[in-house]
Design a protein around this ligand. Structure first.
Ligand code: FAD
Ligand code: NAD
Ligand code: ISD
Length: 426
């Protein structure tokens, strides 16, 4: 026995919230749409968890950051879903899917049937065990993906005030959490295997700006090595972490941010997978025409680079979600998704944005000793990517615009001399 819906959104994160919003905007009928989520709360803006949620004073708490406040649109509280006749099946994991029969089986034993399925299962945090390190279920070791993780992290931070934290990983979680730890008056050492932080995006020059800024806030960096084991006291409390290079770092708490793995397992053997995600076309439609995929789990064609990519960022989750609904509800009016990759972060008083692709030659510009600087990436004679720290709204819009326009560059030295002016005057 079970329920049947026209549209089912599997997953209750950012993409799910924006999908539901778009369905309502385009006139879904009461009783047609259902969201099934393992999380016990309605979709929320996940980026808040590593920023406002971790503040010691006046921290962000639900219901303040339900979708879609991240784009300054209406806030979709549980009441909103009720008013629009959308079934929220929360705290419920889907344990199997049958795309031929168009059914989902939940862990509570219910079979839910759909006509069209939107997969928005996002990703899970990689565990240290997957790299051969034991002990990551210890009380003071924290990961950060969902609200339950964030609550745990807040408790561990509160009991570690004035103590030492080791942050494993130099990516987004590592950088944003390290800043939050400092704000919470905890001493921070960051450990990562690369030569500099944010190795997937930052150039060494950009990275050194942020690393120096963090060092001035007291953060220590241990680079080019990884964690191999933990030391515990007689109460099984972590006292130190041991690194491959032989260093022992005292630790009252540990935060691990070593990347994610998309949640595709329900569909393995049923849908085409590529680059770790569910392969979709420019309408976000998978190899089964009744199944769409959006957000972190979708591998989609990025027109501007001519490649398929899986992006792990909130803007892509929001826009791919809206695009899938447009393609479902107004197929004739909807052309292929034309997405300009957009990443950003905010830490301390810093704020940067990046658009496009980080391939080719890099041209840095601006004042690396001051508050505003940036870079262009030039590939095959065209600007393909732009980065800016400390920009104004107009300046960010200008770098986004030129990245989309992909202007031809004849002289790299001239581009360097013009710097931000190049984007502002094009
Ligand atoms: P998610 O938001 O992860 O949602 C997936 C949902 O599916 C979850 O509710 C999950 O419980 C549910 N689910 C999975 N499997 C099942 C199942 N079998 N049954 C039922 N439910 C299931 N990006 C930025 O661009 N800028 C930022 O500043 C930023 N900050 C971030 C901070 C943090 C702490 C994190 C973790 C991510 C951040 N991101 C940021 C990334 C961004 O949040 C993600 O790209 C975005 O959330 C992806 O949306 P999604 O809906 O695809 O996946
Ligand atoms: P990430 O991919 O940004 O960084 C992973 C980091 O793990 C690497 O930089 C590397 O330093 C480190 N690493 C890899 N293997 C390791 C190992 N064996 N030992 C130690 N370190 C190792 O992933 P993340 O920081 O975990 O972030 C998780 C997800 O959350 C990503 O999808 C990210 O995009 C998202 N997120 C985004 C933002 C943002 O866009 N502002 C903020 C927070 C989180
Ligand atoms: O894009 C974002 C972001 O960085 C957040 O913190 O959305 C959230 C919301 O603005 C939180 O309220």
């Amino acid at each position: 026995m079970g329920r049947a819906f026209v549209y089912v959104i599997l997953g209750g994160g950012v993409a799910a919230g924006y999908t539901a919003h778009e369905f309502v905007k385009r006139g879904v009928e009461h009783g047609e749409l259902c969201i099934i989520s393992e999380e016990p709360v309605a979709p929320y803006e996940r980026p808040a968890l590593s920023k406002g949620y971790l503040l010691p004073e006046d921290p962000a708490r639900l219901p303040a950051f339900h979708c879609c406040v991240g784009t300054n649109e209406e806030r979709l509280t549980p009441k909103w879903y009720k008013e629009h006749g959308i079934e929220l099946v929360l705290g419920t994991r889907v344990k199997s899917a049958d795309v031929r029969r168009k059914t989902l089986l939940t862990a509570t034993g219910e079979t839910i049937t759909y006509k069209i399925l939107l997969v928005a299962t996002g990703a899970r945090a990689l565990k240290l065990e997957e790299f051969g390190v034991k002990g990551s279920d210890a009380e003071s070791v924290c990961y950060l993906r969902d609200l339950a993780d964030a609550n745990r992290l807040v408790n561990v931070m509160q009991s570690s005030s004035g103590g030492n934290a080791v942050v494993i990983g130099g990516g987004y979680i590592g950088m944003e959490c390290a800043a939050s730890l400092v704000i919470n008056k905890i001493n921070v050492t960051m450990v990562f295997p690369e030569a500099h932080c944010m190795a997937r995006l930052f150039t060494p020059k950009i990275a050194s700006y942020y690393e120096e800024y963090y060092q001035a806030k007291g953060v220590k960096f241990v680079k080019g090595t990884v964690l191999t084991s933990f030391d515990f006291d007689s109460n099984q409390k972590i006292t130190a972490v041991n690194l491959r290079d032989g260093t022992k770092l005292p630790a009252d708490m540990v935060i691990v941010g070593i990347g994610i793995r998309p949640n595709t397992s329900l569909f393995e053997g049923q849908l085409t997978l590529e680059k770790g995600g569910i392969k979709v076309n420019g309408r976000m439609q998978s190899s089964n025409s009744s199944v769409y995929a959006v957000g972190d789990v979708a591998t989609f064609p990025v027109k501007i680079s001519g490649e398929t990519r899986r992006l792990e960022h909130v803007d892509s989750a929001r826009k791919s979600a809206r695009h899938a609904v447009a393609a479902i509800m107004e197929p004739e009016k909807t052309t292929d998704f034309d997405y300009l990759p957009f990443f950003y972060s905010r830490v301390f008083a810093l704020s940067w944005q990046f658009y496009g692709d980080s391939t080719g030659d890099v041209i840095h510009f601006g004042d690396f000793l001051g508050n505003s600087f940036g870079a262009y990436w030039v590939n095959n004679g065209h600007v393909v990517g732009s980065f800016l720290e400390g920009g104004t709204k107009e300046e960010y819009e200008a770098i986004a615009k030129i990245t989309r326009l992909k202007p031809e560059i004849e002289d790299l030295t001239d581009l360097e001399t013009q710097g931000l002016r190049f984007a502002l005057t094009l």
